[in-house]
Design a protein around this ligand. Structure first.
Ligand code: ATP
Ligand code: MG
Length: 263
């Protein structure tokens, strides 16, 4: 039942980090052992889990990349931080940008993260990788080691063009690097219930990509509570347990667990 999920979309600000954090803690609340990997130079996931100054952390994913590239051994718990809501975090920060540049000259540069994930995945039921808003080498590394990709898409406009590029990239990664890569699902986020966009966008995505691409039945509503949690260092379940955003992320958690049972 072990699974590695990359949360990715090269479009910025669509809810990737919010989703990685709250899905991860949702799975932990269901009794799963979860590792969250922050693969973004902005370190937003790390910050949102309460590590206010990610750039001051001593060990981050950048060190893991560097050690893997240099064939240096490390323990499975190297650099891992423990969050009080029951998840493990491999933090990320600005150092990753240097790694991204240096990867150009590295042998097997697309599969560095895979070596690390292969080493740690036996300790977890789920490994979630929060990707940065680009399709650069670190995101390719995430796709190359994932079993599936979960794609948050903002429901406030028609984002089909950006998705096309992402789906093309997924196809390329599947052919060249990782034949098992599946699409976990498209997650509509920041849904404004006063408009009917969500339904229109779901219909449009299905029309354009057909049954190849699964869309989660329920998306995530627009919610100021979610905007607040990133500043709190907690999950939505702690911050506003009875609210609609917590219910929506619980629904996503169950849908991801159900995806597993279908197989
Ligand atoms: P980036 O591309 O920069 O990594 P992202 O895709 O990870 O961004 P988030 O950081 O999760 O997106 O969200 C962007 C902003 O929107 C954050 O301030 C977050 O708190 C807020 N946000 C996320 N989801 C929602 C929502 N459903 N309703 C309202 N605000 C949200
Ligand atoms: Mg983010």
């Amino acid at each position: 039942m072990r699974k590695v999920i990359a949360v990715a979309n090269q479009k910025g600000g669509v809810g990737k980090t919010t989703t990685a954090g709250n899905l991860g803690i949702g799975l932990a609340n269901m009794g799963k052992k979860v590792l969250l990997i922050d693969s973004d130079v902005q370190g937003s996931l790390t910050t949102s889990l309460g590590y206010r100054e990610p750039d001051k952390l001593e060990i981050t994913l950048a060190n893991v990349f560097a050690k893997t590239i240099n064939d240096e051994a490390m323990e499975a718990d190297y650099g891992i931080l423990k969050h009080d809501e029951g998840i493990d975090l491999m933090p990320g920060n600005i150092e990753l940008s240097r790694i991204e540049v240096s990867l150009v000259n590295v042998m097997s540069r697309e599969t560095i993260l895979r070596s690390y994930v292969e080493m740690v995945r036996n300790h977890y039921d789920y490994v979630l990788i929060d990707c940065m808003p680009s399709l650069g080498m670190i995101t390719i590394n995430a796709l190359a080691c994932a079993d599936s990709i979960l794609i948050p898409v903002q429901a406030a406009y028609l984002p089909v063009k950006g998705l096309e590029q992402l789906i093309k990239t997924i196809g390329k990664v599947k052919r060249r690097l990782n034949a098992k890569l599946a699409i976990e699902g498209i997650l509509l986020t920041m849904i404004d219930k006063r408009t009917n966009y969500a339904r229109d966008i779901s219909a449009l995505i299905s029309e354009t990509y057909g049954s190849r691409v699964k869309i989660f039945d329920n998306g995530i509503p627009m919610s100021v509570r979610l905007a607040e949690v990133s500043a709190e260092g907690t999950s939505i379940y702690k911050h506003d347990p009875k609210g609609k955003a917590a219910a929506a992320y619980l629904g996503l958690t169950k849908a991801v667990l159900a995806n597993e049972q279908e197989k």
